[in-house]
Structures are given as C-alpha cells and as structure tokens.
Design a protein around this ligand. Structure first.
Ligand code: IPM
Ligand code: SF4
Length: 468
C-alpha cells in the first residue's frame, strides 16, 4: 500500500468520479454559506426549479454586512444594501429548508467561527463555503475549500464540487514557541518566508511540535491564513485536542456515532514516508512577534526590525514596496516600534475566538487603553461574546477602555459601518492588509491579539514582551 498524506486520504475518500484529465467530482460533507456570496446561487436554483440537494448539510449565517453596535438587536439595519443581502439570505434559507442563524441569534457569528463552535466542522470532512478563509476549518483535519458563487450553486444543487487535486506541501515547525510568540506569529512568519504566491497549487499540511502544541483556536489561526500564502487549503492532523474540542457540541456525533467517528478520525494522519511535493521546515525558536509594514500579508517583519527600503527587494517587488510605503505613510529605516496608531481592532475569523480575548485580557491586566486610541473588540460569535462575559473578561476589557461589540466581520473589511477613515492607522488582528481593506485610505498593520493589546496600551506598535 502506498503511503498517503492526510490530504490524499480525505481526497480519496470523497472522489465520486475522476475524468481522464484528473478533474474530479468531490462529495461535500458540509456547506457553509453567508450573505455576500450565496444570493445569486440560490436564485440560480430557484430559476431552474431545483431544490437544495442536502439542505441538512447546508448552513447559512449573515456575518460580513451585519452592524456590530449593541443597538442592532432592536434597530433596523440602516444600510439598504446590507439589509437586502441579509433579508435575502434569511428568505433563501427558509425557502430551501437550510439551517439559519439570524442576526440576533446568540449562535450568529463569523461563518468560520460558528462552524467549529457548533460542531458542524469535523475531522475528515470536505467543507466548502463561498469565502476564501474557509481554510480555517482545516485545523480540524477537514479538507476545506473556499469557492466562488457559481460553485456555491453547484454544491447547493448537487452536494459535489468539481476540483483538480492540488500538490502536497508540508510546513513543519519544530521545537517550542518562545514566550510571547503565538499562532498568528507562526502563520505570518510562514507567509513571510514563502510569499503570498508560495502556496499556489498546493494544499499545506502544518505539522511539527510547535503546531501540535497549539490549542484548537491557535490551529485555526494558522490554517485561516493558508490562503494568504496562496494555498488551496490548510490542514492539521486531528488529535486528542481536536476530539475534545468537538465532543458534545450541538452538531457533533453522539453516542455510538461518536465512537465510530473517533475510530475513523484516528486514522486521519499522514503515513510514514508519504510523499510531499514541497517541504518547508524551520524551528519555532526563529519566530519573533511580528507585524506587517506594507499592503500584503507577506510584508511582515519582527517587531524589532525597521521599515525596509524598497531597494532591498528584487524585481516587481521594488515598485510594489515603494507604493506600499507611500500608501502606508512610512519611511525606510523607521523603527516599527515608532509607528503610532489610531485604532486597534481585535476580532475576525483569524483571531476572534475566546482564547484570543483571554490573551488580550491577560495583557491588559492592570493596564489601560491609551487616551485617544479607539480600541474595539468584536467577538467572532454571539457565543464567544457570551462566554467572555461569563468569564468576566468582557467587563475587564470594557474597564480597560475597549468598545465591546456584537459579533460579525466588522473592521476586518469595509463592508459594514466599522471602518477606518482615510489616513487612519490600525493595529489589527485580521488577515488582510490590502489597500482600503478596512476603509478607503485606511492603513492596516496585522499582528497577534497580544501585540494588538500592547499597541492599545502604548498607542504605537509595541513588542508585547517589553510592555512595562
Ligand atoms: C466577502 C468574501 C467573499 C471575502 C472572501 O472570500 O474572503 C471576505 O470574507 C474576505 O475576507 O475578503
Ligand atoms: S472576518 Fe474577515 S477574513 Fe474572515 S470571513 Fe469575515 S471578512 Fe473574511
């Protein structure tokens, strides 16, 4: 028997048909949908008079457009486009018999947060969503693809996806993470090494002691950004931690089905000697807390570094870096630690989970948000929010000077009222720092929740390890 990678195993278990050119029809176990990329897909079905093939394997939740002010529970959504998209999702879910968590349901939240939280995300599954950060679910050893709207329609109609197999890449992070270094620093460091195109054509499996040592939340943070490194998906082999996380969640298997599931899940790891087309290996001790300085997630450096000179790059990156620095309002040679910020955003599907909020609370212990800094915390789901309130974290963060908001994508992207003004600079725990991502003219520095908290305290990018 040939040795297989985890990716090979999940793939093989889901191929319904393989054409001569290698194009496959893949069975899909779980289909998550949100308001931005599903409307046309449902409409396509309606026009063709087709039902959703497996409505019980399809879940819908509004996240991108929802306002996150606490008043939303009682008020109308004022932006007509957002309101239309959310109303449409609600109607589509009702018409097609799809499970739907409405705006003010405590289970509402960012689609990639609620999947794992509800136990919809399970090891060995194929999961799709019309959203690039679907890679997040790979943290459970699920093959999770982001798909486009026409593919959403295809999956709704057939519960299958047309795919060609990607190549296998192994990213192995050995050793122990230094103090103050987190999952976000790992994933940004990997992208710094490979570039945003380094993963193109691959599915990345993350392994090694540093990955194994991460909590499920941390593993989700790592896989979430696989897509920013160009990969088709990210994967981490499930283990005891994974099983413990899934156990007892609303949609997790129960009783005998649970025992059966566990027996299968335990087989989900790459075999000894399995072939990878590319291997990247490095030691966790190399990783420092990092921040981005430019307008691509690969523009990342340790916090101790200075803003690079465009001349230090090669080829097209020279002009890209020049443009980035101009947009970001930065000068080569400037210490990253000297960069002053106006806003701190803690949230998104990268870092909007309970552990992230605990991390922020830990850094804020005995400290306050600096005067004049707008610091917002947007829990990734209503349940994360409720848990943080129950743990007393929410009150501590409010007392420290943070805004405590309702769940949604929020300032991760400018599709709702939470936006930067032109020229405003934000320390953000999200995953994309593209031009205009957080609002037109807004400037984004990506970093970990601990580093974002440190920036909130000092009003500039700060090494969390040096906070006095
Ligand atoms: C709006 C949606 C299609 C988009 C994505 O696919 O990733 C968004 O979630 C993002 O993060 O940019
Ligand atoms: S939180 Fe950000 S990255 Fe995640 S799905 Fe929403 S917009 Fe996309």
């Amino acid at each position: 028997m040939t040795a297989k990678t985890l990716y090979d195993k999940i793939w093989d278990a889901h191929v319904v048909h393989e054409a001569e050119d290698g194009t496959c029809l893949l069975y899909i176990d779980m289909h998550l949908t949100h308001e931005v990329t599903s409307a046309q897909a449902f409409e396509g079905l309606r026009m063709a008079g087709r039902p959703v093939r497996r409505p019980e394997l399809t879940v819908a939740v509004p996240d991108h457009n929802v306002p996150t002010d606490v008043g939303r529970a009682t008020g109308e959504i004022s932006d007509p486009e957002a309101k239309l998209q959310i109303d449409t999702l609600r109607k589509n879910a009702a018409d097609f018999g799809v499970t739907y968590f409405d705006v003010n349901d405590v289970r509402q939240g960012i689609v990639h947060i609620i999947g794992p939280e509800q136990g919809l995300t399970q090891p060995g599954m194929t999961i799709v969503c019309g959203d690039s950060h679907t890679a997040t679910h790979g943290a459970f050893g699920a093959l999770a693809h982001g798909i486009g709207t026409s593919e959403v329609e295809h999956v709704l109609a057939t519960q299958t996806l047309i795919q060609k197999k990607s190549k296998n890449m192994l990213v192995k992070v050995n050793g122990t993470l230094p103090l103050g270094v987190t999952a976000k620093d790992i994933t940004l460091t990997v992208i710094g090494k490979t570039g945003t195109a380094g993963g193109t054509g691959y599915v990345i499996e993350y392994a090694g002691e540093a990955i194994e040592s991460l909590s499920m939340e941390g593993r989700m943070t790592v896989c979430n950004m696989a897509i920013e490194g160009g990969a088709r998906a990210g994967l981490i082999a499930p283990d005891e931690k994974t099983f413990q996380y899934v156990m007892g969640r609303p949609y997790a298997p129960k009783g005998a089905a649970w025992e059966q599931a566990i027996a299968f899940w335990k087989t989900l790891k790459s075999d000894e000697g399995a072939h990878y087309d590319k291997v990247i290996e490095f030691d966790a001790s190399e990783i420092e807390p990092v921040v981005t300085w430019g307008t691509s997630p690969e523009d990342v450096l340790p916090i101790s570094a200075v803003v690079p000179s465009p001349d230090s790059f090669k080829g097209g990156k020279v002009s890209a870096a020049t443009r980035s620095l101009e947009y970001m309002g930065l000068k080569p040679g400037q210490a990253l630690k000297d960069i002053e910020i106006d806003t701190v955003f803690i949230g998104s599907c990268t870092n909007g989970r309970i552990e992230d909020l605990r991390e922020v609370a830990k850094v804020m212990e005995g400290r306050k948000v600096k005067d004049g800094i707008r610091a917002m915390i947007v829990p990734g789901s209503g349940l994360v929010r409720a848990q943080a309130e129950e743990e007393g974290i929410a009150q501590k963060l409010i007392d420290a000077g943070f805004e405590w908001r309702m769940a949604g994508c929020s300032m991760c992207l400018g599709m709702n009222p939470d936006q930067l003004k032109p020229g405003e600079r934000c320390a953000s725990t999200s995953n994309r720092n593209f031009e205009g991502r957080q609002g037109r003219g807004g400037r984004t520095h990506l970093l970990s929740p601990a580093m974002a908290a440190a920036a909130a305290v000092t009003g500039r990018l700060t090494d969390v390890r040096e906070l006095s």
